[in-house]
Design a protein around this ligand. Structure first.
Ligand code: EPZ
Length: 429
């Protein structure tokens, strides 16, 4: 298994191009199941999760083509995917594929909407606590589906099609909102989704569904109205920039010091995280080309954050911010309110010398002056990259094991960081 070796201490200076968002690309790719026509997606990141989802979609009968590079495109320029589900040949999503990636479960709604039945394995995904799918099932039941769980599979039927309905989520769920949208977009009549997720990735899916002929209002607010249409057409859509990748590199620069332009980053997608980074003592400015992050010799200030649904501080940046705070001049409190067990990085950061106490949903981080390199192990995708951030600032050598988590979510990570001066390399097994 590959490992990543980092020799810490170097500042980051230069430019990092921000990729298309993984968590927007995945539901957009899944939306291709809704139409027999071609959906062309630009700026899709080259990631292991995208490859896994292509395998899941191909199993249902989706033909796909990946465009080659055009003149002027860089190594890390996103790829263009053309996805065509002319006919669905199989409505079962098997355990072997869905267990690799939780978002694979989201094929349930479009398969059901288009074919009237679907059989999808209960999902896998990151080790960040129990991640139920009860609210996704509830949304489809509200739309008239009959659902049973049989031998680890969710079996859903709607022989006479889905019907528009009121769907009220008791808690904000991104996957639940994607599911409700893809179930409602071709349902008979109007649906209203209450307490919908306002995450930018939901808005990006809605923009694409509208380009495909969907009639949807209110995306980006807690109430989304969907007027069902009989059929959807193909479309062309560019995936929005990855706010989690943006925040991760911004925190890396705040950690090491230096001056980096995050090209194509959109600050409005992560204002709460940028505010926390500014409060910690880094400078953040917005230019025509993206977001510039700088920190000179000043020490880092402790900042308390609590994760919340968008526009709150994102849970997917919690581990990275904890790495940053482990080097702050004082104690910070980091609360995780989205997932109940998303603190697997704490004991690994401790190997680098971080001092963190856990108490329920709160982590108390006593900043230390120096982190020291060590062998560490990644447990989920965002936890892994928090160890990269720790390693970049630590004295000496950090060896990160189980790098496949990073490959699921960060495109060309070593290349992007080493171009800015980091000493980072992949050791192939
Ligand atoms: C999406 O997961 C993201 N994944 C996650 O990113 C992200 O952490 C999460 O949203 C929150 O922002 C993708 O977009 C592929 P949720 P999702 O449904 O949709 C509970 C990453 O690292 N819940 O919004 O699965 C759930 O347990 C990943 O890229 C139920 O109780 O998250 C959690 O406490 C990790 N019942 C809360 O809702 C349900 O049926 C929010 O989860 C569904 C969810």
């Amino acid at each position: 298994m590959d490992r990543i070796k980092i020799t810490g201490g170097a500042q980051l200076n230069g430019k990092i191009p921000i990729s298309g968002a993984k968590n927007a690309a995945l539901p957009l790719m899944i939306a291709s199941l809704l139409t027999p026509y071609t959906l062309e997606l630009e700026n899709v990141p080259r990631l292991a999760d995208v490859q896994t989802l292509l395998r899941i979609l191909a199993n249902h009968g989706v033909d796909y083509a990946v465009n080659g590079k055009r003149p002027g495109e860089r190594a890390e320029t996103g790829q263009t995917l053309r996805l065509t589900a002319a006919s669905i040949v199989d409505t079962t999503a098997p355990y072997e594929l869905v267990s690799k990636m939780r978002a694979g479960f989201w094929v349930l709604a479009p398969l059901l909407a288009r074919m009237g039945s679907a059989r999808v394995s209960l999902p896998g995904g990151c080790a960040i606590g129990t991640r139920p799918v009860d609210l996704l099932i509830m949304a489809l039941e509200r739309l008239g589906a009959v659902i049973e769980i049989e031998a680890g599979y969710v079996v859903a039927k709607a022989p006479r099609g889905l019907k528009g309905a009121e769907i009220e989520f008791p808690k904000v769920t991104v996957g639940g909102t994607h599911t409700a949208l893809m179930g409602a977009v071709m349902a008979d009549g109007t649906s209203v989704i209450h307490n919908a997720a306002q995450e930018p990735e939901v808005e990006d899916l809605v923009r694409c569904l509208i380009a495909m002929g969907g009639r949807i209002e209110g995306a980006g607010s807690p109430t989304i109205t969907v007027h069902g249409v009989a059929a959807l057409s193909g479309a062309r859509h560019a995936v929005l920039p990855d706010r989690i990748e943006t925040g991760t590199y911004a925190m890396a620069v705040a950690m090491t010091g230096g001056d980096v332009l995050l090209e194509d980053a959109r600050p409005d997608l992560l204002q709460s995280a940028l505010d926390a980074i500014i409060e910690s003592g880094a400078e953040v400015s917005v230019t025509n080309e993206g977001v510039r992050v700088r920190r000179n010799g000043r020490s880092l200030m402790p900042v308390n954050v609590t994760t919340n649904p968008f526009p709150g501080f994102p849970t997917d940046l919690q581990a990275q911010f904890m790495a940053l705070m482990s080097h702050a001049d004082g104690t910070s409190v980091i609360r995780e309110t989205i997932f109940e067990n998303r603190f697997m990085h704490v004991q690994e950061l401790a190997r680098l010398g971080a001092r963190i106490r856990l108490d329920g949903d709160a982590a108390y981080v006593d900043g230390v002056e120096r982190l020291k390199g060590a062998p560490v192990m990644a447990t989920d995708l965002r936890a892994s990259v928090s160890l990269v951030i720790g390693g970049l600032a630590a004295e000496g050598e950090t060896l990160i094991n189980r790098v496949y988590h990073l490959d699921r979510g960060f495109e060309a990570l070593e290349l992007k960081l080493s171009r800015c001066g980091a000493q980072i390399e992949r050791l192939s097994a």
